[in-house]
Write a protein that binds this ligand. Structure first.
Ligand SMILES: [Zn+2]
Length: 268
């Protein structure tokens, strides 16, 4: 699943491909992925001025609207000079350059929404989004976590609380911070929360620099593979010795999510 570094990689790649181009036509082949009524009618004729990112949302800045795109599990964009039909192509944007920007999604969970350009930060989904680790005040997060009794991993996956961390980077952050993913939020100290934010910022910025992680089948965009999978210390490392203490990494479930832990370095 794309997380902040992968979505940022998609954003940077897409900016080089579609900025300053106009959407001349749109074809929606899987209508459930489009939330907005009259999506086609509204978007045709608008130019793509910028592409922003909030948490894991891509925001295409158009003339009158923003188009918010969430890749969810498997969403991918491709730019084609000449489009060939594909089974997993759900939305196709024809551009004034005779190219087509196609959206593929084998899992069909991705979503598109058009929102008025003047209000998009004040309405859901973006108004509900927490701050990214780099913009998070540690004391504010500590106070919010103090009121929760859920495992810290589940809290860090909650995009309303803190934005941009998913399964991979939460595991990596908690390992680096020496905190067990099942540790209950209200038992975290201020020092723990400081460590979490510090390592989350580092992990996300280093992963972004390396173009994200390419694991299983996820590729950010056509031909762009991340390199951060080579830097993973626990995620996907079951039975491999921890690089600090040499205890084999274990895989457990936390809130239903596969979670990788060093049982020695990460204390509950
Ligand atoms: Zn260890």
């Amino acid at each position: 699943m794309p997380e902040l570094p992968e979505v940022e990689t998609v954003r940077r790649t897409l900016k080089t491909l579609v900025l300053g181009k106009m959407i001349t036509d749109v074809h929606v082949y899987w209508s459930n992925c489009v939330i907005t009524q009259d999506f086609e009618k509204k978007i045709i004729g608008q130019w793509i001025h910028d592409i922003l990112r909030y948490g894991k949302y891509l925001v295409f800045v158009l003339d009158h609207h923003v188009m918010i795109s969430h890749l969810r599990m498997e969403g991918k964009y491709y730019l084609h000079q000449k489009r060939l039909p594909s089974n997993h192509e759900h939305v196709v944007f024809d551009l004034n350059t005779q190219e087509s920007l196609t959206y593929h999604d084998t899992r069909k969970f991705g979503k598109f929404e058009l929102i008025d350009k003047n209000i998009y930060l004040d309405v859901p989904p973006l108004s509900l989004l927490g701050k990214e680790p780099k913009d998070t005040d540690p004391l504010t997060l500590y106070k919010r976590l103090k009121q929760k009794t859920i495992p810290v991993k589940m809290a860090l996956l909650d995009q309303h609380l803190i934005a941009g961390l998913g399964n991979i980077y939460v595991d990596e952050t908690l390992f680096r911070a020496g905190i067990h993913p099942e540790k209950k939020c209200h038992r975290l100290t201020k020092k723990d929360v400081n460590h979490i934010i510090y390592h989350a910022i580092n992990v996300l910025s280093y992963a972004t620099e390396l173009g994200g992680s390419t694991i299983r089948t996820y590729h950010a965009t056509h031909g762009v593979d991340g390199k951060f999978q080579n830097e993973l210390k626990v995620h996907t490392k079951k039975d491999i010795p921890c690089e600090i203490c040499h205890t084999p990494i274990i895989k457990i479930k936390v809130g239903g999510r596969g979670t990788y832990v060093c049982p020695t370095c990460q204390k509950k």
